[in-house]
Design a protein around this ligand. Structure first.
Ligand code: HH2
Length: 277
C-alpha cells in the first residue's frame, strides 16, 4: 500500500485515515439535497467542513441516489465549477464527484486535484483526460445506473465480483500511466447492492487492500444504516461513525462522509489506540 496519496502536486500522508467531506451542489441529493445548491452556501459549508477536519472536499453536481435523474453537462458545470475554483483558491484539496469526461477536464482546470468517478473512468475519453493530468482518481464499483441499480441486484460472490472488477480497473489505469499513489478504490456501498451485500463488503473490506492501492469507504447516512437503525437520513450520524470505524479497522484509508466533526473525533480515538505502546 502506498504511504501517500498523490493529488496533482500535493501529497497526502496515509499514516492516518483521511476524511473526505461531502459537498453536494444539487437540489436532489438523498440527505442534503437543496441545502448547498448555490455557490455561496456550498463554499460556506465546505469551509466549515475544512474547519471540522476534512482533508479532502468532494464536490458533486449530480445526485447518484437510486432513482435520480441525470443532469446536463452545462448544468453540472454551472453547479460545480465556481465552487471548485473558490475552494482551490483557498488552498483546499478538492475532488470532483463526476462521471462526465468534460466535467473532469474543466474541474481539473479549475483546480480540482482529484477525480471521484462512480463509473470508474469507463466513459469514453475519461481515462485520456485523467491519466496525463497528475490528479488522483477514485475508481468505484457500481452495478447498473441510478434509475435501476436497486432493482433486485444479485451476485454469486459479491466480494469476489467487486474485487475482480476493481482489479481490472486498477490494471487499466496503471497501463495508462497512472501510478499506484494516485489510485483509490471503492466497493461502492449502496450502488446496486442489497443490505446484505453492503454488510458483507464492509465485513471483508480488508480483502480489497491486497490490490495495492488506497481503499475508500462511503457509507455516510446511506439507507443501509437506516435499515439497521430505523432512523431517517439526518439521524444516521452515530451509525455512520460506527461504520467508519469498522471500515478503517478493516483497512480503509479514506472515509467519505457528510459528518466530518463526528468522524474526525472517532478516527482520532481509533488512531491513538492503534499507536499506543
Ligand atoms: N456515494 C455517493 C456519491 N458518490 N462516491 C464514492 N466514491 N463512493 C460513494 O460511496 C459515493 C460516491 C452517494 O452519496 P451522496 O453524494 O451523499 O448522495 P447523492 O449521490 O444523492 O448526491
Amino acid at each position: 500500500m502506498p504511504s501517500v496519496l498523490r493529488c496533482g502536486n500535493r501529497s497526502l500522508a496515509l499514516a492516518r485515515p483521511l476524511i473526505m467531506g461531502i459537498v453536494n451542489v444539487t437540489p436532489d441529493s438523498f440527505s442534503d439535497g437543496g441545502l448547498y445548491a448555490g455557490k455561496n452556501s456550498a463554499v460556506t459549508h465546505a469551509r466549515a467542513l475544512l474547519d471540522e477536519g476534512a482533508d479532502i472536499l468532494d464536490i458533486g453536481g449530480e445526485s447518484t441516489r437510486p432513482g435520480a435523474a441525470s443532469v446536463s453537462p452545462d448544468e453540472e458545470r454551472r453547479r460545480v465549477l465556481p465552487v471548485i475554483e473558490a475552494l482551490a483558491d483557498c488552498g483546499a484539496t478538492v475532488s470532483v464527484d463526476t462521471q462526465k469526461p468534460e466535467i473532469m477536464k474543466d474541474a481539473i482546470a479549475a483546480g480540482a486535484s482529484m477525480v471521484n468517478d462512480v463509473n470508474a473512468l469507463l466513459a469514453p475519453g475519461a481515462l485520456e483526460i485523467v491519466a496525463p493530468s497528475g490528479v488522483a482518481i477514485c475508481l468505484m464499483h457500481k452495478r447498473g445506473d441510478p434509475r435501476t441499480m436497486q432493482d433486485d441486484p444479485r451476485y454469486d460472490d459479491v466480494v469476489g465480483e467487486v474485487r475482480s472488477f476493481l482489479a481490472e480497473r486498477v490494471a487499466a489505469v496503471r497501463a495508462a500511466g497512472i501510478g499506484a499513489e494516485r489510485i483509490v478504490i471503492d466497493p461502492g456501498f449502496g450502488f446496486g447492492k442489497t443490505l446484505e451485500h453492503n454488510l458483507v463488503l464492509l465485513q471483508r473490506l480488508a480483502e480489497f487492500t491486497g490490490l495495492g492501492v488506497a481503499v475508500l469507504a462511503g457509507l455516510s447516512r446511506k439507507s443501509t444504516l437506516g435499515r439497521i437503525t430505523g432512523r431517517g437520513t439526518g439521524l444516521r450520524v452515530h451509525a455512520g461513525v460506527a461504520a467508519a470505524l469498522i471500515a478503517v479497522q478493516n483497512g480503509a484509508s479514506i472515509i467519505r462522509t457528510h459528518d466530518v466533526a463526528a468522524t474526525r473525533d472517532a478516527l482520532a480515538v481509533w488512531n491513538a489506540v492503534r499507536q499506543a505502546r
